[in-house]
Design a protein around this ligand. Sequence first.
Ligand code: GDP
Length: 283
Amino acid sequence: MAGLGSKIRDFFTRSALSTDFYEDLEDKLIEADLGPKLASELTQLLRKAKAKDLQTFTKIVDERISPLITAEKLTLTPDGLNVLLFLGVNGVGKTTTIAKVAHYFQQSGVKHISAAAGDTFRAAASEQLGIHGERLGFRVVKSHSGADSASVVHDALTAALAHQDRLLLVDTAGRMHNKSELLHELRKMDKIIRQRVPEENYRRILVIDVNTGQNCLRQAEVFHEAVGLSGVIASKYDGTAKGGVLVAMARDLQLPIYFLGTGERPDDLSVFDAKAFMRDVIA
Ligand code: GDP
C-alpha cells in the first residue's frame, strides 16, 4: 500500500532537534498532499502545544483530522433499480472501476446488473466496458462513438427497467471539446436518470486518481457543482500516491469515500476504512 507514514515517522526521529522543525514538517505534510491549508493548521497546532514528537502529532491527527473523513458502505436500496453514475476526468479509472463495482455487487449476490457506455467521446471506452461485461457477465448498452450520451443512458434505463435489473452502472465522458459542453452533457444524463429513478436509488460517484494530488480537488468541485456528488472512489492507490488529498477533499466537500482502487483487476477494490487509511497516510 502507498502512504507517507514511514516518511513522517522518519522525519520525527531525525528532525526533532532541528531549528526549522515546524517549517520542515509543514513541507512534509504538503508533500503528503494534505494541501497547504491543512498542513499549516496541523503545524500550528503542534507549535502551540510546543511539541515535536510523533505521539502528540498522532493525537492531534486522531482528534482533528480523522473525524473529518467518512467511510460509507455503498449499498443498494432494497426496492427497484439502483443507478450509479460514474464521473471523473479522462483516464482516472472510471471504466475499470465500473467493472470492479459490478464484480463487488456480484460477489455479494446481486444478479441482474447492467451498464451504460455513456462515454461516447472516447471510442475505446465502450469497447472496453463491453469486454468487462462479457468477462464478468453483465449486460452493456452501447452506441456508436460520437453518439449522444444522454440517449445511451435513456436506452440503458429503458432496458434495465424492462429486465427488472437491480443495478445500472453508467459510464460518462471525462473530456469534451470544452468544459461547458461536458457539464451540459452530464446534467442532461443526470436529468434523464432523475426522471425515472427515485433519489434514494440514485448515486453520483466521483472517481479520482489519487496520484494527481491537489488537482483532484478542483475536479471534484466542478463535478459536484454539475450534478451534486454522493461520494468518492479513489483509484490507483497501489501507485506512489500519498493519499492526503482524500483528507483535503473530505474536509472541503464533505463527501464520503466508498472504496480504494488498488490495481487493474476486478477484485482490486478495497472497502474504505478511514482509520486504517489515516494510519497509512500519517501515523
Ligand atoms: P477512464 O478513462 O476514467 O475510464 O479510465 P480507465 O478505466 O480506462 O483507466 C485508465 C487506466 O488506469 C487503465 O490502464 C486502467 O487499467 C488503469 N487503472 C484503473 N484503476 C486502476 C487502479 O486502481 N490501479 C492501477 N494501477 N491502475 C488502474
